[in-house]
Design a protein around this ligand. Structure first.
Ligand code: UT7
Length: 316
């Protein structure tokens, strides 16, 4: 675990700045050489146990930090889980990745291609961050969370509503790693060394995040027919406490109904929503039948939201 004071000891920041500007107190960083697939497999194993099953028909992994640029990381995660032979692939939508992966899994189930899909969000974001970039280094953390999505009846606890998604490629520069892809495969002699690190224009992202998370949550609510007051828990992408409060206020959902987990883990990108769900399940904030709204915004830009009722689970 890495506390705010640990970061303040190695860069120009303070516990007070991080807590008041973001709400974050601690986060986790992987140790050197620990791949995303290991984090993902651990979360996947717990989700399988919680769902009371050892097998699924597919593995979908949302990540921004694959083990390697090629191949995808999900087949390795499936191998680690004893699921070799099952279809397994990655989905890339940065902090909205979990909702995009959930949509893919729901589509596989609706089409009859699968009955049960393991959906994982896993990130080793610390491997992308410039350790001297105080604006990103204090915000992001590493972690993984997972769920098992299975075929069921629309009215049963655990039923997933319509997932509303969107994107705007004109905002790609707001959250980016410039180098290492086909556009800039090898360091150019004139390239800025910072190009190989993650960069985020935080203040601009903040505004888009509030607007898009609010709009998509409203659209997801409209599909279910729920009013804001019907929502028991709002689980937003855990980027910044001030963003979560602003979204809740704009939606007219009391801030007491927000699930807050970022104080412990920071912004874990695609892992953020499934980790927050697991935390809220463990603390008893989520009980079977609870009406839950999920909403996220991330690089791309991408965004999305959905509404669901919480299922009866065996364990966390
Ligand atoms: O996960 C995908 C979606 N991501 C998000 O939604 C993140 C959205 N953005 C944010 O959460 C916030 O913009 C940040 C937490 C990243 C930054 O907070 P901010 O309140 O927007 O700060 P800022 O970037 O506007 O910077 C304000 C001041 C600046 O100083 P000056 O120019 O006013 O003198 C920064 O240099 O705070 C300074 N600053 C810091 N000071 C101490 C920036 N980072 C730090 C730091 N410690 N770590």
């Amino acid at each position: 675990m890495v506390g705010n004071d640990d970061l303040a000891a190695r860069m120009d920041t303070s516990d007070e700045w991080i807590r008041t500007r973001t709400g974050i107190r601690t986060r986790h960083f992987v140790s050197a050489g620990m791949p995303t697939s290991l984090l993902a497999a651990e979360a996947g194993a717990r989700a399988l146990q919680s769902a009371g099953t050892a097998d699924v028909d597919a593995v979908v992994l949302a990540t921004t930090t694959p083990d390697r640029p090629c191949p995808a990381t999900a087949p390795e995660v499936a191998r680690r889980l004893g699921l070799t032979g099952r279809p397994a692939f990655d989905v890339s939508a940065v902090c909205t990745g979990f909702l995009y992966a959930l949509t893919t899994a729901a589509g596989m189930i609706a089409s009859g291609a699968a009955e049960q899909v393991l959906v994982i969000g896993a990130e080793a974001f610390s491997t992308l961050i410039d350790p001297q970039d105080r604006s990103s280094a204090v915000v992001f953390g590493d972690g993984a969370g997972a769920v098992v999505l299975r075929a069921g009846e629309p009215g049963e606890p655990g039923a997933l509503g319509r997932i509303v998604l969107g994107s705007d490629g004109s905002l790609a520069d707001l959250i980016t790693v410039r180098a290492g892809g086909s556009e800039q495969p090898r360091p150019h002699p004139d390239a800025d060394p910072a190009d190989r690190y993650f960069s985020m224009r935080g203040r601009e992202v903040f505004g888009h995040a509030v607007t898009r998370m609010t709009e998509s949550a409203r659209a997801a609510l409209a599909h279910t027919g729920w009013q804001p007051d019907d929502v028991d828990r709002l689980v937003g992408h855990q980027a910044n406490l001030r963003i979560l409060h602003a979204v809740a206020e704009q939606l007219d959902i009391p801030v007491e109904r927000l699930v807050i987990h970022l104080d412990r883990v920071g912004n874990t990108a695609a892992a953020s929503i499934p980790l927050a769900l697991a935390h809220a399940h463990e603390t008893g904030e989520l009980t079977p039948g609870a009406r839950v709204v999920l909403a996220a915004f991330g690089g791309g830009a991408t965004w999305g939201a959905t509404a669901l009722t919480w299922p009866a689970l065996k364990s966390a």
